[in-house]
Write a protein that binds this ligand. Structure first.
Ligand code: PLP
Length: 389
């Protein structure tokens, strides 16, 4: 092998590959592609956040800061976690800030996985970074299928997958790529299992503020979970801040200290002025988050309705995030081929479900972050292309 075992077989995130292919097609043909593959908000970052970042730059906050994050941001995050997620045990010392949710996921995984005997259960279909981080950490990833309604793990399959070597179970609710929110009963069952079998839970809650249900429950708020939960969240999705690179992890202090050391020796710290944008987001932008969520809700309804009107396509109503997970298995075409044809013949970019795991065969992921007119046009192109198959 030319490279480290955990790196040699790494693959690109499908969204990046499809975006590149779509851009190339646009250049080659001069035609526009409707982009339903992208997982980032089209809105600008709310103004109070931008102003706080600019102000911080102008006032000279351009030096190294605490590797785990500036105190004011950790304080705000801890308050947010207690008030909005019911994570009553969260204090400043439990919060580690990093350049995105991805590094928080990665470093928590690196700190927890002790060797290939440590098994990490990940959702299938699921966010590709979960598999990558386990691979790099040298653990064994165990993909477990979801419920047929896509609302998180199939609990029977999960119970069967757990054994004495299970070190971590990764939860992602609302989930990428399905938009599914795990029912509270299933979360409670998982929490009980974690206590009984003594494993950790990494709960990726990056879409929690984009949950369309009345109530959101974090597994980190459940009884007996304070010692064994890492709650990962960030600013990218809910505050339209993907390019700022800012996220966090909430975890027991003893783990936070280890993750902080990983940050010390890798990124050093997260950009200081960027963190001031984060403080402003938590203090001043909750109304914008609510507004954006309602816009996405309307787009979700439009896209799901449009998909279900196509012959051979079925789509559950997702409860969160900004993705529709369309069941196209009735069309009988491998989804990688279908997605390629939709792009090259229909000029609409979507992701094949197989980018998210083996269980994604038969599904396409459509992101509904774009404006209504683009979504309508995307659906129109997809519908007419499917008719021509
Ligand atoms: N977690 C999930 C489930 C995601 O879908 C994404 C982004 O696509 C991330 C984490 C990454 O977030 P960040 O931009 O904060 O690194």
């Amino acid at each position: 092998a030319s490279f480290a075992a955990g790196v040699e077989t790494l693959q690109n995130e499908g969204a990046y590959a499809v975006m590149a292919a779509a851009k190339a097609l646009e250049q080659r043909t001069g035609k526009d592609v409707i982009h339903l593959e992208i997982g980032q908000p089209g809105f600008d970052t709310p103004q109070p956040i931008v102003e706080a970042g600019v102000q911080a730059l102008q006032s000279g906050q351009t030096r190294y800061s605490n590797p785990a994050g500036i105190s004011s941001l950790r304080h705000e995050i801890a308050r947010f976690a207690r008030d909005q997620r019911g994570i009553s045990w969260c204090e400043e010392a439990n919060v580690v800030v990093g350049p995105g949710a991805k590094p928080a996921l990665f470093f928590a995984c690196l700190a927890l996985v002790r060797g290939s005997h440590d098994r990490v259960i990940i959702p299938d279909p699921g966010f590709p970074t979960y598999n990558a981080m386990v691979q790099v950490a040298g653990g064994t990833a165990v993909p477990v299928k979801l419920r047929t309604d896509q609302r998180g793990y199939n609990m029977k399959a999960l119970r069967e997958a757990v054994d004495e070597d299970t070190r971590v179970v990764v939860v992602n609710s609302p989930g990428n790529p399905t938009g599914g929110v795990m029912p509270e009963d299933d979360l409670a069952e998982l929490a009980a299992l974690a206590r009984e079998k003594d494993f950790w839970v990494i709960s990726d809650e990056i879409y929690a503020q984009l949950c369309y249900e009345d109530r959101y429950v974090s597994i980190g708020s459940m009884e007996g979970m304070a010692d064994r939960t890492v709650v990962v969240d960030g600013f990218s999705k809910s505050y339209c801040m993907t390019g700022w690179r800012l996220g966090w992890g909430i975890m027991p202090k003893r783990l936070a200290e280890r993750v902080e050391l990983l940050l010390v020796h890798s990124v050093g710290c997260t950009a200081t002025f960027v963190q001031q944008g984060g403080v402003a987001a938590l203090q001043k932008a909750s109304q914008q988050v609510d507004e954006v969520r309602e816009i996405y809700r309307a787009r979700r309804d439009l896209v799901v309705k449009g998909l279900n009107a196509m012959a051979g396509v079925r789509c559950e109503v997702p409860q969160g995030a900004f993705y529709a997970w369309a069941d196209v298995s009735a069309l009988g075409i491998p989804v990688r081929e279908l997605a390629k044809r939709l792009l090259e013949e229909g000029y609409v970019a979507v992701l094949p479900g197989t980018d998210f795991g083996e269980q994604g065969e038969g599904f396409l992921r459509l992101s509904y972050v774009s404006e209504e007119a683009a979504l309508k046009e995307g659906l129109r192109r997809m519908g007419s292309m499917l008719k021509r198959l």
